[in-house]
Design a protein around this ligand. Structure first.
Ligand code: NOJ
Length: 556
């Protein structure tokens, strides 16, 4: 049964990418002591939970998503003493700490894999997935980061499977020993007192042992077949029974290749699997949809965005949604869904904050978005650090494609867009570090930074704080129903949030053009309670919404 204590439903999660948050020891890389030194800032935002991207020992082929020791801290980030101090300081401030659980794969430098690759008789061989040379060449399956997901290992005369880079071999969840090891490791962290896990690539853990060719008719997108392996839900249920239900913690799965159609299977409480799952809808809407009409002033399909959020809201059944607009794998939400030109940057950042913080579900907020941070616009391959971008670039060169065109697209979609250092102040390197950071600081930091925005009561930062407080003060915005209205309006996203005591109407202009909006609220007595323009007005029968205007109305 659902735990009575579902504190995570009322919480706001703040995602910190440790490598880019605060460097404390002058090596250009963020670290745990750096995070500790910024906890008062985080607390001042009003959020409840901090989620840290992986902080475990790692050779950093994929910035910590390749773990070589699950029970040690990455040396660039500090020590286990630093971690214990961080956890204590987080709790002292009444906040909670969620870590990343990366168990679809390990690093190839993890002791298990170092053993496994020695011989087929090694006890660790079956910790991973192999395809022996005696069988025909395995059927093609792509990796997210490389061309093929199979890598040949001469000593065992077999290929091993890696859905991500060749330095991230996939664990064999069929093997009960592997699952036991993982559960023990989870208990180690829960016993330390962490408050939950974000589960990396979790739908991919179950594999079809025979690795048949992928049926392209059923799975035109290769990767969706990876997310529908046999026993997936048995494993998650087992993990819940063996570990999760013993602790008062939250879980959120990264819904890699999962659509809203499958979300209920992960999150309906009676299934006893996960608390929440977030999908890739936001990425798809912005990358693959064309504007609803050429003159809408929205450079993507807002109708698709509405359909996506509304479908996920319904599909969770009696589970609970996880909502977000950006994270460390996506470009900055403001560059993607708002408008980062000077005239609209601030107002559209505030509009997006209004949006995410009035949706039903637990909001996941990526650090820096509260400042209105934007994509850095890297123009040279030397500025990029992400292996996904670097590998694709090599492939384009190999195939004699157009590197220029590729770099143009990366400016919009590379994961590095979100990974530039946090902008604390206008000093050199933005107060992030005393030396040149591991990745360039966005050149706009002299104007867009915490110190500047603290001074201005109308800054994006202070608006974010106001919105957080507003959500927390109004239960209907947290627990209330979500009802989309004006579903076919290509510029305005509008919806009701309502519980038995309160009713709110939220109207958001996602376009750079002003627009008329008739919410059809005859008979309702509504007052305007919040808006992102300082001079927001009261509601009339028809309303003009200025570019990127956000208004919240309340029933009197
Ligand atoms: C999803 C993570 O969010 C991403 O950063 C990582 O590269 C892959 N999973 C592999 O762990």
């Amino acid at each position: 049964m659902e735990k009575q204590n579902d504190w995570w439903k009322e919480a706001i999660v703040y995602q910190v990418y440790p490598r880019s948050f605060q460097d404390s020891n002058g090596d250009g890389t963020g670290d745990l002591q750096g995070i500790i030194s910024r906890l008062d800032y985080i607390r001042s935002l009003g959020i409840d939970i901090i989620w840290l991207n992986p902080i475990y020992a790692s050779p950093n082929d994929d910035n910590g998503y390749d773990i070589s020791d699950y029970r040690a801290i990455m040396k660039e980030f500090g020590t286990m003493e630093d971690f214990d101090e961080l956890l204590k300081e987080v709790h002292v401030r009444g906040l909670k700490l969620v870590l990343d659980l990366v168990v679809n794969h390990t690093s190839d430098e993890h002791p298990w894999f170092k053993e496994a690759r020695k011989s087929r008789n090694n006890p660790y061989y079956n910790y991973y997935h192999w395809w022996p040379v005696e069988k025909e060449h395995p059927a093609y399956r792509p990796s997210y980061f490389e061309k093929s997901a199979w890598q040949y290992n001469p000593r065992t005369r077999s290929w091993y499977l890696h859905y991500f880079s060749r330095k991230q071999p996939d664990l064999n969840w069929e093997n009960p020993e592997v699952r036991r090891e993982i559960y023990k490791m989870m208990e180690y962290w829960f016993d330390k007192g962490i408050d939950g896990f974000r589960m990396d690539s979790i739908p991919l853990i179950a594999k079809e042992p025979e690795f048949p060719p992928i049926e392209r008719r059923k799975y035109p997108d290769f990767f969706s077949s990876y997310a529908h392996g046999p026993h997936l839900h048995d494993y998650l249920h087992e993990m819940n029974r063996e570990v999760l239900r013993k602790y008062d913690v939250m879980t959120v799965g990264e819904g890699s290749a999962i659509t809203y159609k499958d979300v209920a299977k992960f999150v309906e409480p009676e299934r006893e699997e996960l608390n929440m799952l977030y999908g890739f809808g936001p990425a798809e809407v912005r990358n693959y949809t064309t504007p609803d009409s050429p003159d809408s002033g929205v450079p993507y399909s807002l109708l698709a965005l509405k359909r996506m959020f509304s479908a996920w809201d319904r599909a969770v059944g009696n589970g609970w949604p996880a909502v977000y607009l950006g994270n460390h794998d996506q470009p900055r939400m403001l560059s993607r869904f708002g408008n980062d030109v000077p005239a609209f940057r601030e107002i559209s950042a505030k509009m997006l904050a209004t949006f995410l913080l009035t949706l039903r579900g637990t909001p996941y907020w990526f650090a820096g978005d509260e400042l209105g941070m934007v994509n850095p616009g890297f123009g040279h391959i030397e500025e990029y650090r992400d292996l996904a971008t670097l590998n694709q670039y090599k492939e384009i060169k190999r195939k004699k494609g157009s590197p220029e065109r590729f770099l143009e697209t990366q400016k919009q979609i590379s994961r590095d867009n979100a990974r530039t250092p946090m902008q604390w102040d206008s000093s050199l390197y933005a107060g992030f570090s005393s030396v040149q950071p591991w990745i360039r600081v966005n050149p706009d930091y002299r104007e867009w930074n915490v110190a500047e925005e603290e001074k201005n009561p109308d800054s994006v930062l202070n608006y974010f704080r106001k919105m957080v407080a507003f959500r927390k003060a109004n239960r209907a915005l947290v627990r209330g129903n979500y009802t989309l209205i004006e579903a076919n309006n290509p510029q305005v996203y509008a919806y009701w949030r309502e519980d038995d005591r309160q009713k709110f109407l939220i109207a958001l202009n996602f376009s750079q053009y002003a627009t008329e909006f008739s919410p059809g609220i005859d008979g309702e007595e509504l007052e305007t309670v919040l808006g992102n323009y300082t001079d927001y007005r009261v509601l009339g029968k028809t309303n003009r919404l200025r570019p990127y205007e956000a208004l919240i109305f309340k029933r009197r």
